[in-house]
Design a protein around this ligand. Structure first.
Ligand code: ATP
Ligand code: ZN
Length: 501
């Protein structure tokens, strides 16, 4: 197999993946802040992390993936300004934070499942790690922190190369950081926020610095270090985390590991820091802080299968901005239908792999292991090589998809051999080609007034009428269906037969 190279935001270059622990890959992904539903832009971050994890499993590494759930500490501004996003949501809706966190965590998990994102080894919930956060903060406080009335602050001048990940803390960057009286450096950040006197927060804990709550950056340092051990291999997140959140995590990790210099990979906590670019709308970055936003459920309600959105993500490189449009989603759906039609023919044959179900694998992902090469039909060698080269080149899923389509187009070949190759590629891309059916991919909005069974019955009747050359009946059925919003698609090259108009 080709050597896997990944783009490291820390060095701004492509680097070969060399695991810290031979044969293993340990990955941490910043999880959602569960104060609201995730929008589809947030989910792009997890499609990306999932493809990374699947690729590592496929390359034979034993994967341990951690995704956290931020249920405390994330302020309305990524730096120190604003309120806790969860406290704010709870106050606005007069609800308990715990209920809010539970509701949105479950909504996020439903999206994870719908997008065929594998379960990580651990979902770490921030509030389960408060003691560990206090311990971590205590261990670095004397050398790296100072206390103000509002909290315990990290002094960024106590570690070398602060902000190296962000590259040049721009004036704009500095401008975003709230001026707090007594802060030694503009970029210093709270690792523990004290509850202001006379105020009561729903989520607060005792600490050596008074009652309060942890800072968001502290959470990720603590959970990643606890569950994966420093240094671990890869830390992921959206590009917005490169400037502040991850720069601050690195500073804390440097302090914790007792090594101020960033000259070795070990003390930044993770060897490779990877960032997905944004999903944007014509109007700009998709953001749930700004009111209206697109949820996966909306796509589903409009009749689009969630895996069409997954495919839309895979069509772009994760480091490129991706613009969402309904036309683009429709095009991705059509492409997925074509793939499914080609894969359908293989459904009848058993995969030569044992336990052929490659979907929603267990956390370790052992079943993404490649097919032994001596069982690979020679016709598929070039496609698998192209696929491997693309995925190994910093996860070039756009090209890998074309290799999958090349393989799907191969004719006159043993079907079991073909199925094995498609299954292998699909285990990496996660499109669930052998689990989907045509009916799954039909556009059928939630508010449609006619059931699928009724449509099918009418179509059977119409087919019979046409076979009898009874075009009057056939046309009448067609018109009747049109009256109910169903467009019959005679001669539809995809053979999907109908869609809701
Ligand atoms: N438009 C986007 N496209 C891709 N990834 C995104 C986008 N917006 C946020 N992310 C990423 O989604 C993940 C979850 O983010 P989180 O739940 O903290 O969202 P948030 O910052 O509260 O949301 P928002 O910025 O939408 O208000 C993070 O890795 C973040 O970088
Ligand atoms: Zn994080």
């Amino acid at each position: 197999m080709t050597e896997l190279t990944l783009f490291n935001s820390l060095t701004r270059s492509l680097e070969p993946f060399v695991p810290v622990h031979p044969g293993e890959a340990r990955v941490y992904s910043c999880g959602p802040t569960v104060y609201n539903y995730p929008h589809i832009g947030n989910m792009r971050a997890y499609v990306f992390a999932d493809v990374l994890g699947r690729t590592l499993s496929w390359k034979g590494y034993k994967l341990t993936h951690v995704i956290n759930i931020t249920d405390v500490g994330h302020l309305t501004d990524d730096a120190d300004a604003g309120e806790d996003k969860l406290e704010k949501a709870a106050a606005q809706r007069a609800q308990s934070i715990w209920d809010i966190a539970k509701h949105y965590t479950e909504a996020y998990w439903a999206d994870i499942k719908a997008l065929n994102i594998r379960q990580p080894a651990h979902w770490s919930i921030a509030t389960d790690y408060i003691d560990a956060m206090i311990e971590f903060a205590e261990s670095i406080a004397a050398e790296h922190c100072y206390e103000l009335d509002s909290g315990l602050y990290f002094d960024v001048s106590t570690v070398a190369d602060y902000g190296r990940l962000a590259r040049a803390v721009t004036e704009e960057g500095e401008g975003r950081i709230e001026a707090v009286d007594g802060k030694r450096n503009a970029a210093d950040f709270a690792i523990w926020r004290k509850t202001p006197p006379g105020e009561k927060r729903q989520m607060e804990w005792d600490s050596p610095w008074g009652r309060g709550a942890p800072g968001w950056h502290l959470e990720c340092s603590v959970m990643s270090g606890k569950l994966l051990g420093f240094p671990f291999d890869i830390h992921t997140g959206g590009i917005d985390h490169r400037e502040i959140h991850h720069a601050n995590e690195i500073a804390q990790n440097q302090a914790f590991c007792g090594c101020g210099s960033l000259s070795t990979a070990t003390n930044s906590g993770a060897k490779i820091w990877m960032h997905n670019n944004f999903l944007v709308e014509r109007s700009g970055k998709m953001s749930k802080s700004s009111g209206e936003f697109l949820r996966l459920q909306l796509l589903i309600d409009k009749g689009y299968h969630p895996l069409a959105y997954r495919l839309m993500c895979l069509q772009a490189h994760y480091r490129s901005e991706l613009e969402f449009s309904w036309e683009g989603l429709g095009a991705a759906l059509t492409r997925l239908k074509r793939m499914l039609m080609a894969a359908e023919k293989l459904s009848e044959v058993a995969s030569p792999r044992e336990g052929g179900d490659l979907r929603q694998q267990g956390a370790e992902g052992a079943d993404t292991a490649p097919l032994s090469r001596d069982r690979l039909h020679p016709k598929f060698v070039p496609m698998l090589e192209k696929f491997d080269a693309a995925m190994s080149d910093d996860l070039n899923t756009a090209v890998a998809l074309t290799a999958l389509e090349d393989a799907l187009a191969v004719k006159k070949v043993d079907l079991a051999a073909k199925r094995a190759v498609i299954a292998e590629m699909d285990a990496v891309l996660g499109l669930n080609l052998f689990g989907l059916t045509r009916a799954d991919l039909r556009i059928r909005p939630k508010d449609a007034t006619i059931t699928e069974a009724e449509i099918e019955d009418e179509l059977v009747r119409r087919k019979a009428a046409r076979a009898d050359k009874d075009f009057a009946t056939s046309d009448a059925i067609r018109d009747e269906l049109a009256g109910k919003g169903v467009e019959v698609m005679d001669g539809d090259p995809l053979g999907w037969e109908w869609k809701l108009a």
